[in-house]
Design a protein around this ligand. Structure first.
Ligand code: SAM
Length: 342
């Protein structure tokens, strides 16, 4: 055995210590406090500011420094703390590309589901009942078990498209498609990226009524003239006709059978010459990676009815629904794009 092997395993074994350090520093507002200060802060000042014990704060700040989330320097013999550049950009609530809401959802929802990963693997099903006492046949009734959970989920969905939304909407030239429906469009973050990239298009966010209401009130401002809403259930209600349907992180929630059912409805509603854009984290055909998509697929097991899939698997689903000329573009970021045409 090479000496590096047990080290890697130790890193994996203790990986959750890193996650929990990040969750806690965000929850206590360490990065916000440091961002709001004009100058680096001492341990005493941080402990006072986040209303925590000095001993605990000292260890937390040390671990954050070791993780390159904080910078330190010494002033008159005292250690002073400040945010690193990536912490200022991603870990402060006021940043336009903040990940703090996603971190909160990871900490308070996903982490609790992962506690039951062993059961999930054994049973092959999600763990809402054990983690939260929610027994529901309807996946999104469980996910949206309270108004607060729904808003937190929407914030989680929202944040990633500020970071890699442009890559997925420009993976193909979508300019021939002017009437676009974003099915399960949620907070509208991808719809906004789409209208920014294509000045001729309009995008309608189709989602469950309570999601649309929240999106209208909290996520999409009135000056976004080319983004509108449509309340509905994509399994039960008729789909309006359009040139392009976006299904971003939708199929990964569902079984193959339900995915084909949905795609078949989309195919029927689609105008001839139109298409469907599937946005997902694609697995490699040979099972070798990418690790993020492999871990996301486990996450789909603990949280949903679906899984992450390979390009060939999406191609098969699209073909079964009637779509043709299927093209795949890997963006090199987390999410990739698959385009099918009618
Ligand atoms: N497309 C968004 C994105 O990538 O950020 C959100 C993806 S989220 C995993 C799934 C979305 O599908 C949620 O917004 C949810 O409300 C919506 N959804 C779930 N079931 C639905 C249904 N039956 N009809 C319409 N929308 C639904």
């Amino acid at each position: 055995l090479s000496r590096s092997e047990p080290l890697t395993i130790l890193d994996y074994m203790e990986g959750f210590l890193v996650s929990k350090t990040l969750f806690t520093a965000c929850e206590l507002g360490v990065f916000d406090l440091l961002a709001s200060s004009q100058h680096p802060l001492s341990l005493e000042e941080v402990a006072l500011g986040i209303r925590a014990s000095q001993d605990g704060t000292e260890r937390l700040l040390a671990a954050c420094t070791g993780l390159d989330l904080l910078n330190t320097h010494t002033l008159d013999g005292q250690v002073m703390y400040s945010n690193t550049e990536q912490s200022s950009v991603y870990l402060t609530q006021s940043s336009p590309v903040s990940l703090t809401q996603s971190i909160h959802y990871s900490s308070k929802t996903i982490y609790l589901c992962w506690h039951y990963l062993t059961d999930a693997v054994r049973e092959g099903s999600n763990q809402y009942e054990k983690a939260f006492g929610v027994k529901s046949e309807d996946l999104f009734e469980a996910l949206y078990r309270s108004e607060e959970e729904m808003v937190k989920f929407m914030q989680l969905m929202n944040s990633i498209w500020n970071i890699c939304g442009r890559d997925v909407v420009t993976a193909f030239n979508l300019s021939p498609f002017t009437t676009i429906y974003d099915l399960g469009g949620c907070s509208g973050a991808l719809a906004k990226q789409c209208v920014l990239a294509y000045p001729e298009c309009t995008v309608t966010i189709f989602d469950l009524p309570k999601v649309v209401k929240t999106s209208r009130e909290h996520f999409v401002t009135n000056d976004n003239q080319r983004v509108s809403f449509h309340e509905g259930d994509f399994f039960k209600d008729a789909l309006p006709d359009a040139d392009l349907y976006i299904l971003a992180r939708i199929l990964h929630d569902w079984t193959d059978v339900r995915s084909i059912e949905l795609l078949t409805k989309v195919y029927r509603a689609c105008r001839p010459g139109g298409g469907v854009l599937v946005v997902e984290a694609l697995l490699c055909e040979d099972g070798s990676g990418p690790l993020t998509a492999q871990l996301y697929s486990l996450n789909m097991l603990v949280q949903t009815e679906g899984k992450e899939r390979t390009a060939a698997e999406y191609t098969a689903l699209l073909t079964a629904a009637g779509f043709q000329n299927i093209q795949v573009e890997r963006t090199g970021k987390i999410y990739d794009a698959v385009l099918g045409r009618k």
